[in-house]
Design a protein around this ligand. Structure first.
Ligand SMILES: Nc1ncnc2c1ncn2[C@@H]1O[C@H](COP(=O)(O)OP(=O)(O)O)[C@@H](O)[C@H]1O
Ligand SMILES: N[C@@H](CCOP(=O)(O)O)C(=O)O
Length: 308
């Protein structure tokens, strides 16, 4: 149960006072999720999700609030931040930053079908286009600097063959010049647990807290490495074809994106191999962890290298 900050009905009723959202009726902690505390908040007018940020400083949150506001105003299915009567969305509760957003329909799917995969790809491409008109920029917290630092931390824990793989891939990625590729807003973590579906209808993308300004096709690579694979991380042809066709129908890749595509698939695999290795070897003491298998992304990386 990932409710780190326990809230009472009375506290939330008080917290809601500056908002124009009706009377609080029910409050329910959300078990899923590993980073923040989330509650479903039901009022006489609507349903919302209240997030209490357990790790972020207040100052780093406006980018995400503005981004979700921008994307939802541009028709991208994602949480829409709720502002109070003064127009302010970000507040504090228990001294921690807190944000209420619209509640999306649906739940995450572990075995997506082709229709759902198509919807994810279309929405991702539309999000990339909508992001072009968003003029705030945030750097990628999981970019080059983080890769190097994290690799140094996990390297001593690895077997020689893994050390070689990691070293080789870091060098390869460091040598790439991606400056000519289209950049913009990326989600950065579009995994199956970050997309909600009501049947085949996409409820929306959630968890924008890795969103940043980066290479758009890299975001596509992150998504296909997750949505279009079998249990071993090997691409399933029809899933990959459906995803790429749907994405390209909305935002076709440039020639440069096509030529860097195999390298981007590798970069996306490396990013999640590294974060999972770090979480595996340096678990936070006392923190509830949903262990994610680093070996999966090691296999994905080896597979994508073989495709290059
Ligand atoms: N806007 C939303 N609408 C509906 N459900 C949501 C929304 N935001 C989060 N949830 C639910 O809360 C769960 C945890 O959210 P998530 O953002 O993944 O948390 P964490 O940042 O802690 O990983 C999701 O799996 C989903 O079920
Ligand atoms: N979706 C990721 C987890 C998010 O990245 P992290 O850097 O917070 O570990 C995964 O499945 O590994």
């Amino acid at each position: 149960m990932s409710v780190f900050t326990t809230l009472s009905l009375d506290e939330v009723r008080l917290w809601l006072a500056p908002f124009n959202v009706g009377e609080l009726q029910t409050l329910r902690g959300i078990a899923a999720g590993i980073t923040n505390t989330n509650y479903f908040v039901e009022t006489s007018e609507s349903r919302f999700v209240l997030t209490v940020f357990e790790k972020n400083d207040f100052d780093e949150l406006p980018y995400f609030v503005h981004l979700m506001t921008h994307l939802s105003q541009h028709g991208i299915q994602c949480p829409s931040p709720i502002v109070d009567k003064e127009g302010v969305a970000l507040h504090r509760i228990h001294g921690k930053p807190a944000l209420m957003v619209s509640c999306l329909r649906g739940s995450d799917v572990s075995q997506p079908n082709l229709t759902q995969i198509e919807a994810v790809a279309q929405t991702l491409a539309r999000m990339h286009l909508a992001g072009m008109a968003f003029h705030e920029q945030s750097h990628n917290q999981r970019g080059q600097g983080w890769r190097v630092m994290t690799a140094q931390q996990v390297m001593p824990k690895l077997a020689p063959v893994q050390q070689h793989l990691l070293q080789e891939e870091l060098q390869f990625q460091h040598g790439l010049d991606l400056s000519g590729l289209p950049h913009g807003v990326i989600h950065g973590d579009l995994f199956r647990d970050n997309v909600l579906f009501d049947g085949n209808v996409l409820g929306g993308f959630i968890d924008f807290y890795y969103a940043c300004h980066d290479v758009l096709a890299y975001d596509v690579a992150i998504a296909v490495n997750e949505w279009c694979v079998d249990a071993n991380g090997v691409f399933v042809d029809d899933k990959l074809a459906v995803f790429m066709n749907a994405y390209h129908a909305v935002r076709p890749f440039t020639a440069e994106e096509k030529s860097f595509w195999p390298a981007l698939l590798r970069r996306a695999a490396l990013r999640f191999w590294l974060s999972r290795l770090y979480d595996f070897y340096y678990p936070v003491v006392g923190e509830l962890t949903h262990a994610k298998d680093p070996a999966h992304f090691e296999r994905v990386l080896l597979n994508r290298q073989a495709l290059t």
